[in-house]
Design a binder for this molecule. Structure first.
Ligand SMILES: Cc1cc2nc3c(=O)[nH]c(=O)nc-3n(C[C@H](O)[C@H](O)[C@H](O)COP(=O)(O)OP(=O)(O)OC[C@H]3O[C@@H](n4cnc5c(N)ncnc54)[C@H](O)[C@@H]3O)c2cc1C
Length: 488
């Protein structure tokens, strides 16, 4: 199995596949990490994923924890009380640190990563995919996943449409020193931010400032901006260039918004920015990509290992495409709300008032942090299709039991069994679990696949998500966290 691209999406996917013993080769075009350091925000659901795979401590110690809230169009409201998560914070962390951590995690689990290898062509047939590298080398794999970013070669080679809007505005971003006194800068920045809500001129240690400012026009993305571009825009927008000099790095990004028409063509799939791009409003892109990988990993592993039910792999697109469409929409809305024009400013003021209502604020926070996602698993209680929060169980924390990326039956009745699925699904009998249901079946991504207390109904749902049972009797007690009685 080959993954094109070792960004956050590709690295996470590689690790997920390795949990199921799938041989994985990741091909990464670049030999070195990016020269600019993008500080990204990891939202609640992504932090939860890290907890579910034993990476929580490592990621928390490398980031800066901030209270959850103020995500939507940077409207400054605290998060509502009692968010439904044991990990309710925003983690500011440099993107290269996340990539490094996930890549190391994947390699530790047995993935092979080759840097300096660009995918240039592909052909697929009924048995597999031939991947051609830029130097002409050919590799063969059962499946290929394009995690190769917004300008994805894999997506273009597949001919998958990428409809949406091109960049209409651009933003300059960089780090540089300033000659003006800090108090003067702080006062001016506060004034400018009254109307230019995304304008940033913030101290970043060692006399350096992080600068984010609208560009004069949409330029050539291949050409990095110059310090002169920043000086001119600072003078236009702030009335002064603060005497900026000695740039560390300069970059630019646009607001193109596009969504791939399909996430799968035969044996080739797309994930992360290769499947969707949007402006960074609310800081969601990396989160979305990592969560795509988390959704896809176990399904693709099941397909390759031969136990996947027929339609399982296609649930990847069915579940994740609408989630991306929703993210694209909320970033479109946030971009409008950040405009300095009087109309959007008025709508922004109105929304800020509405966000004082708990339900409105909660809805927006759950949307941006992705803890509000509910996949359509059919009719059932509200919890069905949602992820289960990290609750207390008698062995400690629920997410600690999910490190191996297997399904889990959480059984408060202690009457049910995972039977012939015990090689794919763990069992936890726990009458003390803080759960509003007798039993829940969790998929490897922590989403609730079934709620109930009837063994036959459970067996149907085990078959729906985990294929045919290996045998009809309970097998090895590996992956057994409690007492599982014999099948009645
Ligand atoms: C200014 C800015 C701020 C942002 N802030 C946030 C934030 O706070 N939170 C957030 O969640 N997101 C944020 N994002 C978005 C986030 O950076 C992206 O969504 C994320 O990088 C996508 O990850 P990816 O792995 O899908 O793609 P990428 O990170 O683009 O990785 C793709 C990888 O594929 C490699 N590659 C490309 N072509 C090939 C090829 N042909 N063969 C092999 N390898 C190839 C590339 O070298 C790269 O390593 C921000 C983006 C910007 C521009």
């Amino acid at each position: 199995m080959i993954i094109a691209g070792c960004g956050p999406t590709g690295a996470m996917l590689a690790a997920e596949l390795r949990l199921h013993d799938v041989r994985v080769l990741v091909l990464e075009k670049e030999t070195e990490p990016a020269s600019f350091v993008r500080i990204v925000g990891l939202h609640i659901r992504s932090i939860e994923l890290m907890a579910m795979r034993g990476l929580l401590e490592r990621i928390l110690e490398r980031g800066r924890r901030r209270p959850a809230g103020a995500y939507f169009a940077a409207i400054d409201k605290p998060a509502p009380e009692g968010l439904d998560s044991a990990h309710a914070c925003l983690l500011g962390i440099p993107q290269p640190v996340i990539v490094h951590l996930l890549e190391k995690h994947a390699i530790t689990l047995g993935a092979q990563v080759r840097h300096g290898c660009a995918v240039a062509d592909l052909q697929q047939d009924d048995d597999g995919v031939t991947v051609v590298l830029a130097d002409g080398e050919q590799l063969r794999a059962s499946y290929l996943v394009g995690c190769d970013g917004g300008r994805s070669t894999v997506r273009k080679l597949l001919g998958v449409g990428f409809p949406g809007e091109p960049s209409r505005t651009e933003t300059l971003m960089g780090e540089m020193k300033a000659g003006a006194p800090p108090e003067e800068i702080a006062a001016k920045v506060a004034e400018v931010r009254q109307t230019h809500h995304t304008f940033t001129f913030a101290p970043f240690g060692e006399e350096v400032y992080r600068v984010i400012i609208p560009a004069a026009e949409v330029g050539d993305r291949a050409e990095p901006p110059t310090l002169d571009d920043f000086q001119q825009q600072l003078r236009t927008i702030a009335g002064t260039d603060f005497g900026v000099h000695s740039a560390r790095w300069l970059s630019r990004f646009g607001d193109a918004t596009r969504l791939a028409e399909r996430y799968r063509v035969g044996r080739v799939l797309l994930a992360g920015d290769a499947a969707h791009i949007h402006p960074p409003a609310g800081g969601q892109g990396l989160n979305l990509g990592v969560q795509d990988a988390f959704n896809l990993g176990w399904k693709l592993a099941a397909q390759i290992r031969g136990w996947a039910p027929e339609t399982l792999l296609d649930t990847y697109q069915a579940e994740r495409h609408p989630v991306a469409a929703d993210v694209l929409d909320n970033t479109r809305a946030q971009v409008q709300l950040s405009s300095a024009e009087p109309g959007p400013q008025a709508v922004r003021r109105l929304l800020a008032e509405l966000m004082d209502f708990d339900e409105v604020n909660r809805h927006l926070v759950e949307k941006i942090t992705a803890i509000g996602i509910r996949y359509d698993f059919g009719a059932g209680p509200d919890l069905l299709g949602r992820r289960l929060r990290d609750i207390d169980v008698k062995q400690g924390r629920l997410y600690d039991l999910l490190h191996r990326g297997r399904g889990l039956l959480l059984d408060r009745t202690e009457r049910l069994t995972v039977g012939g699925w015990s090689d794919r699904v763990d069992y936890l009998g726990d009458p003390t679990a803080a759960l509003d249901a007798p039993c829940v079946l969790l998929r490897p991504d922590g989403h609730v696949a079934w709620i109930g207390d009837d063994q036959h109904d459970l067996d149907d749902h085990l078959a729906r998500w985990f294929g045919r049972p290996a045998d009809s009797e309970p097998r090895a007690r590996t992956g057994h966290f409690g007492r599982s009685p014999k099948r009645p």
